[in-house]
Structure formats: C-alpha cells, structure tokens
Ligand binder design. Structure first.
Ligand code: TNX
Length: 465
C-alpha cells in the first residue's frame, strides 16, 4: 500500500489515518451533476447516487483546489471547481496500489496557476495521436498548459488559410531537422488537439515564432524576405539567421492573417509570439516589429507570451515574458515585472527537457549543461531572478525542443522523470517539498511506467523500485 503522501506533486497537506479503502468490483463512483464526466477519469463504474466514492463541488478555495477524505468505507472528494475534481482524480490514481487507497485526509491547491510544458513540433513533427498521448502523460502530474512550438526555421506545422504553401511546402516531407520530421496539423487536427486538451483541463498555448526562426515561412513565401528572392530550405540546427522584415507591410499582412487564425482556433487566453534569438533583426527593427505585433495579439483577444528577449521592448501589462536562459539576472524581465507583467519561469539549466541527463547521453543537447534529475528538482522559481519574486510569477514551464528527437519513446525518455520534478516545483508549496522525499516518491513510478510501456530515464540519482 502507498503512503498517503506518495503523490507527485506532493500535496499541501496529507494527514494519514489508520486503515484503507479497498476497491472491489462492486465499488461505484457517484458525482454531483456536471461532475460525472470528470469522475469518470478514475476508470471505475459509475452510479447516479450512493457510490462509496463520491465527488462533490462546493469546496471554498481557489481554482483547482480539492480535499480528499479516505476511510475504510468511503472516499469523499470535494473540489472548488471541476478542474479541482480532475486534480483529485490524478491524486487518487497515483494512490491506488493493489486495489487499495491509504486512509486519511488530503487538502491540496496549486502554488502557481500556470504549470506548463512545451513541445517542439517544428524541428520534429508529432502526430495528433502522439500529442494526445503526451497530454495523457502530463496531466497525471497536474500540468495544465501545453505550449506547442508550431513554427521554426525547419518547418511550419499549422495550416493557415490564404497561405497554403506554409504547410504544403514547409510541412511536407523533407522538413524538420535532418529532413526527418515532416507533417502538419490541418485546422481540424489542431482543433482536435485543443478539444482533447480542454477535456483534460489543459490549455493549449500556440507559438508562432517571430521575427526570427522564420526560414520555413520565407522558403514557402519569398515575398516575406528582404529582397523577395527565394531562400534555401534549411534542416540544420543553426539559429539566429532568419528574420521577417520590420518595415514591410507584407510582413504585417502575413502576421495579422496568422494571428487572426491562431486566435480563432485557440480558446485559451494566450498566444505565444516567440521573439527569441532574433540576431538577424536589428534592435530598432525588433522594437518596430513588436510595436506592430503586440497590439495585433490584443486585437484578436489574446495575451501575448514571448521568450524574455521580448521584454527588451515596452510591453503591455498583460504580456508575459518567458525567461529561458541560464544567466543569474535579466534586466528586461525585471523591468517588465516592475511595469506589472507576470513571468513564466523556464531556466534552461533546470527546466529544459532537451538537455542531456549526463555527458554522452544518446539524446539531447548540452549548451545549458547536463540536467540530471536532482538538478531539475533542486531550485526554486521565486529565487531565480532578481526583481522577479513569487507574486510576479504566473508559473513554471518545462521545454522539450526536438532537434534530436525522432519518436514518442525519445519524447518520453527526456520527459520522465524530469517533468514530474518541474511539476512538483510548480504545484507544491516550497516548504512541503524536498529532494530526499521527491527521490523516494519518484522511485515508485518505474513499475508503473514499465507496465504502461512509457520510456523513462533510469536516473542514477534514484533507487528505482
Ligand atoms: C534555444 S530556447 C532556443 C531553441 C532551441 C533550444 C535548444 C529558445 C527560446 N530558443 O531555438 O531549440 O535552444 O535547446
């Protein structure tokens, strides 16, 4: 049997009691009207009323908060919102072992509202089914935002009306790093992902990276280049060489069409405009470009997220810089916070799931150093940047760039066990978590991952079960 706190992310409070609840073939789940579909994620038989496991709304607490009372005879779930009930389901699923649940009381709520992971589908495309499987895997750890990096130099992965060559050409075979990651989402595919995610309380954050990282768009449409001449297709991993043209109206006609469409297809509040590694854009042009594009994001009803280079220009308060580098400070991000912005914390030396675990690791890069599990875990986002305290944090996001990835197994190997570490940092109160405890709790996942056929890195920092 599990201990009541054998959960990742560790709950705010878990007070064990004697005994356990045994799940039998007769065990049924009842739920408040409107909550039955959430309770169904537990995978047990439903009854309109009188089930030994009961889900109810009405908890007085923030979004996603829930409480669990487990006794020998019953399991009571109370949640503030359906998202809280879904979080409770994830806790219960982790606690079930050999058909039993340990008795006691859990009270839980998230530290940060935004707990994200980014998947790069541009360098290597992942199919709708692969993305759905990824969503299933991340929700177990209470991740509630999936950022899709939809465009880059090596590929364009979302169909845009009026600009068919973006996907016909730059989503075709031969695209992706080494030409090995072809594919794109039709609008229907993308909508299918958005709906699947929404049914699991995951908000999709679409990224269109600009003004740099646009070779795939320029290859498809030479009119988007400075001289209008065709550029070669690129499948190498160099960065910082392509740029949209800041003083061209063609640029803004294109960008507006893209933003309008992406905003229309995306119910969530965020639209990520990239903004990173724009070495091929002069600082003046970068400012001009952002001063035109940030208002477009607002015009179509979205909050702009951008890699923190975006904070070198004046931002609307609603804009969210995402810090991704390894330096100990960033003036632009601190200035944006002073002006009222919230930040997503993604320091590469802690949260980049594409960094190698150790030197010589088969997959991944190492420009931010190797990131073993203890390194991914042992830091705190509120201590990371001067001028960016707790209240300025919207949340934390792990990023999985796909230059070296070729398969779902590759994605899983880089994600597990590091994403659970980042998820705990983003959900659990800092005083409730520590490395010795995490190390013990994560060890229990190995049998589960093996049983499900999920690939994971058997980090030598853990004594795996
Ligand atoms: C930097 S992180 C990039 C990406 C690469 C990544 C590889 C960021 C905003 N830009 O273009 O894929 O490093 O780790």
């Amino acid at each position: 049997m599990r201990r009541l706190d054998d959960v990742i992310p560790v709950p705010v409070s878990a007070v064990p009691a004697d005994g356990h609840f045994a799940i039998t073939p007769a065990t049924q789940v009842s739920a408040d009207p409107g909550l039955a579909w959430v309770a169904a994620f537990l995978g047990l038989p439903a009854a309109p009323s009188g089930g030994a496991i009961q889900f109810a709304l009405g908890l007085d607490g923030p979004d996603e908060s829930y409480e669990l009372d487990i006794s020998d005879s019953s399991v009571r779930v109370r949640a503030a919102t359906p998202a809280g009930a879904f979080a409770a389901v994830q806790t219960l699923r982790q606690l079930i072992s050999e058909g039993t649940l340990p008795a006691g009381h859990i009270a839980d709520r998230p530290r940060f509202a935004y707990r994200g992971v980014m998947l790069d589908v541009a360098r290597h495309f992942f199919t709708v089914d692969e993305v759905k499987a990824f969503i299933d895997a991340i929700v177990a750890f209470k991740i509630n935002h999936l950022h899709l990096h939809l465009t880059d130099d090596q590929g364009w992965r979302l169909e845009i009306p009026g600009w068919p060559r973006l996907t016909e050409v730059s989503g075709a075979s031969g695209t992706g790093v080494g030409g090995e990651g072809p594919g794109f989402y039709t609008r229907d595919h993308y909508t299918e992902i958005v709906s699947y995610a929404a049914e699991r309380f995951v908000t999709i954050v679409p990224e269109i990276d600009m003004p740099g990282h646009v070779n795939a768009a320029q290859f498809a449409y030479p009119a988007l280049t400075a001289d209008g001449n065709p550029v070669p297709q690129r499948t190498d991993t160099e960065v910082g060489y392509s740029s949209l043209v800041a003083d061209s109206e063609t640029t803004y006609a294109f960008v507006e069409d893209v933003i309008r469409e992406v905003a229309a297809l995306t119910p969530g509040p965020f639209l990520h405009i990239g903004g990173d590694e724009a070495q091929a854009t002069t600082p003046d042009d970068y400012r001009t470009f952002m001063s035109r594009v940030l208002p477009l994001v607002g015009k179509y009803g979205k909050r702009a997220v951008g890699w923190h280079e975006m904070a070198n220009v004046e931002l609307p308060e609603t804009a969210v810089p995402q810090f991704w580098r390894t330096e100990p400070a960033d003036d632009g991000t601190a200035r944006a916070v002073a002006a009222g912005s919230q930040v997503i914390m993604s320091p590469a030396d802690r949260t980049y799931l594409d960094m190698k675990y150790e030197p010589g690791f088969r997959l991944g890069l190492d420009w931010a150093g190797c990131v073993e599990l203890d390194r991914a875990y042992d830091w705190d986002p509120a201590d990371r940047l001067p001028g960016v305290p707790e209240h300025a944090l919207l949340g934390v996001e792990a990023a999985l760039w796909s230059e070296t990835l070729r398969s779902r197994a590759d994605v899983e190997t880089m994600t597990f066990p590091r994403l659970p570490a980042i998820a705990e940092i983003a959900w659990s109160p800092r005083e409730a978590r520590d490395w010795p405890s995490f190390r013990r709790r994560v060890a229990a996942y190995a049998p589960r991952w093996r049983a499900e056929g999920t690939a994971y890195h058997p980090s030598p920092t853990v004594d795996w079960e």
